[in-house]
Write a protein that binds this ligand. Sequence first.
Ligand code: GLU
Length: 447
Amino acid sequence: MRQVITRFAPSPTGVLHIGSVRTALYSWLYAKQHNGKFILRIEDTDKERSKKEFEDNILDGLKWLGLTHDVFYRQSDRADLYKKYLETLIAKGSAYISKEEPTEEGERSEVIRFKNPNGVVTFRDEARGDISFDTTELKDFVIAKDFETPLYNFAVVIDDFQMGVTHIIRGDDAISNTPRQILIQEALGAPRPMYTHLPMILAPDKTKLSKRHGALAVTEYREEGYLPEAILNFVALMGWNPGNDQEVLFLDEMQKLFTLEKVQKGGAVFNIDKLKWLNKHYMKLLSKERAGESILNFFPGVLRTKAEDNPVIFEKIVPIIIDHVSHFGEVRALAESGEYGYFFDEPTYPLEALLWKDDTDRTRTAEKLQKVVVLLQSVSEESFDAEHIKAALWDFATEVGRGSVLWPMRYALSGREKSPDPFTLAEILGKEVTVNRVNEAIKLLMV
Ligand code: GLU
């Protein structure tokens, strides 16, 4: 048995897209579960479109996701090798230097063409079964512009051969290249790897996927505060399933369960809501420390300082914040709209906001809040938690109308239309601050 060797072979002509992560992940999983090797190969034969910044983005994204490679190659470092194999093919009569038709300027350039034996190529695809191509129509295709400039289909074959790649897992846009690559392999006497072509990822409405559907670069998801665990789980399920309806899969579970046979022929759908759902799931599993750190990273500077200065309050609001968002980018947006300010600073609000819709009488509202203060005072400092506070206030609120007590109390504490319930708020803020804020509201009502 040969050692399993897989590769992820991105062209650095764009950033690492979430769809390419799937190719990398499946190749990585397959190698790891067979104690094999996972190669990262940067395919930069297109000198004009390849950019260092894209290579950096790809490396950065893979590292963040934990898809570490065992070996790294860059095609531009391997020019001598390609040249050697071009010469070999020419010597064997499987390739030749071809004089092209003269251009308008009258120049006759040269390219290197593969001598097509014009047969039918049949290969097995793990996801699709046997695929046959009549290669006659490919004619004698170009494999290099010159000895220094090999083209993609040629360089890929040399690399896969030289690197001992046993399993090629890649997007189905490469299917049409496969017969060319097989012809070159056969001319070189190279072994044929196993092929698995992954189904194209579509938007939920089955149209072509685009940024509009939320498909972004991996680094953009990181900036939006998605967790790498969620991204990996999400891409794993686009075109593969574990054979049951399990949807939450950690990397080590995927490593156990992944099989090429379960890779689907089609039906790979990108559903951003599913990513959000998974992300929320993983957010809830975060340790308090990691959750807190992530939130702080997404807090604007001033709020961050306040949170760091008030660790007791901050610790209490971490689970509440997590509960209300699907990724940390939402925390940033909420923080910017002033959502969390009241946990640290006394809120300001217009007097009218305190009045409950069914009881807009200022004096009566003030009297109710005075009673709230008395009841709050009856709860001891040690047992000042949501449960005890609720127990102290509930009967009174029920008697005189819950909304007319709890609305102004909550507003006094948060100064916002929406916030956690008043008991939770009171617990977080502590007895002193809670009583002070309710007293401030009473003052405002009495003016
Ligand atoms: N560089 C090619 C691409 O990015 C790789 C295709 C392959 O895996 O062979 O599409």
